[in-house]
Design a protein around this ligand. Structure first.
Ligand code: MG
Length: 366
């Protein structure tokens, strides 16, 4: 049994314009892979490039994917450790495109054993409720959106902050004014504050019952995190500061965070995510599973993994609900009142619709 063919697709999913510091993103820059065995079985993998955070684009992912395909062609899918090691030896970083290959390899291995991916990872289904993210905007607009989401059944809100402190406080005050205190709110500053701004903001946000704050400061300020934790009762979650298990160890050892946000696009996939989770468990640090702009297929893979990692206690699995205008996926995750489900099936139990792939730019190694 060996890898005989690899197909790489630019899976561009149209989106409601998503405004970010460097401009407007009007499609999700995803890559989709099919890795075939000589017996016809294939595994699927997806990644979502987020240039401003990880430093990869859909185009860089597409080019590196060609090299990765050549490295894996003719090799056995069974030796996961060695396959992942080959990609890491070939090129540093590029964790987003690595995660698509990692996902397809895990999907393939579960399919070879004819079991769901979560079973292959020794997991069990459990109740998972996702938050829903509220992008940064004018305070009143955000409060109205929050109200709409809560009326629509949202159980947990994730609010993007990290701008001028007094504006952020105003945003949160107006949101709480409009939805009350029954809905948990977690916030994400995406590295937006300096140390003194973070102290100021978090102390002033305490009365608004914040579940935790993701990534208050730039990653180069990590050494100030433990000091920050002494200044506020709001729990701190590391996101951009943790790509791999070495980062996790560094932060946990220094009491720098209460929680860690695991994303496959940062870790390079499930293989390394398991190691991050292991470190976090050792230090009693709970994890969240998050993401970039993955479709219901990438989300399904994350849910399978979360079923197998009990330390994952927070779920930010809303990426396909935040502005995707099309659903290219057959199967994958689905939602009932913000509870997330997957159908029972072999592997990830999701695929991209063939008619959708026909219009995607692609490259094939046979
Ligand atoms: Mg974050």
């Amino acid at each position: 049994m060996f890898i005989s063919k690899i197909e790489v697709y630019k899976l561009s999913i149209p989106m409601e314009p998503f405004v970010i510091a460097t401009g407007t993103m009007d499609y999700a820059q995803n890559i989709f892979l099919k890795i075939y065995l000589d017996n016809g079985l294939y595994g699927v993998g997806e990644c979502s490039a987020f240039p401003m955070i990880v430093g990869e684009t859909q185009n860089t992912c597409f080019e590196i994917a060609k090299d990765f395909a050549k490295i894996w062609k003719g090799k056995s899918p069974l030796d996961i450790d060695q396959r992942i090691e080959e990609l890491n030896v070939y090129i540093a970083r590029n964790s987003t495109i690595k995660s698509a290959f990692d996902m397809a390899l895990y999907d393939l291995n579960a399919k070879i054993e004819n079991i769901p991916l979560y079973r292959f990872l020794s997991g069990d289904k459990r109740k998972v409720i996702t938050d829903i993210t509220l992008g940064i905007g004018e305070a009143r607009e955000m409060a109205e959106k929050a109200k709409k989401l809560v009326n629509d059944g949202a159980k947990i809100l994730k609010v993007k902050l990290g701008e001028k402190v007094e504006d952020d406080i105003d945003r949160m005050a107006k949101i709480r004014e409009s939805i009350g205190y029954n809905t948990p709110i977690r916030i994400d500053a995406n590295q937006g504050w300096t140390y003194s701004e973070a102290v100021d903001a978090l102390q002033k946000l305490e009365p608004h019952h914040i579940e935790f704050c993701e990534q208050p400061m730039r990653t180069y300020e990590d050494y100030k995190l433990s000091k920050l934790r002494n200044q506020t009762t709001i729990a701190i979650m590391a996101d951009e500061s943790v790509y791999d298990h070495h980062d996790a160890k560094r932060l946990c050892r220094n009491n720098s965070c209460d929680y860690i946000n695991i994303k496959l696009s940062k870790s390079g996939g499930i293989h390394e995510a398991i190691k991050i989770h292991e470190v976090a468990q050792k230090y009693g640090v709970k994890c969240m599973i998050g993401g970039m702009l993955e479709s219901r297929l990438g989300l399904a893979a994350k849910l399978h993994m979360a079923y197998a990692l009990p330390g994952i206690q927070f779920f930010d699995l809303d990426t396909c609900m935040v502005g995707h205008l099309e659903n290219p996926v057959k199967g994958g995750v689905y939602y009932k009142n913000y509870e997330v489900f997957i159908n029972e099936g072999v592997g990830i139990a999701a695929d991209i619709k063939p008619e959708y792939l026909e219009k995607c730019e692609s490259w094939v190694l046979r």
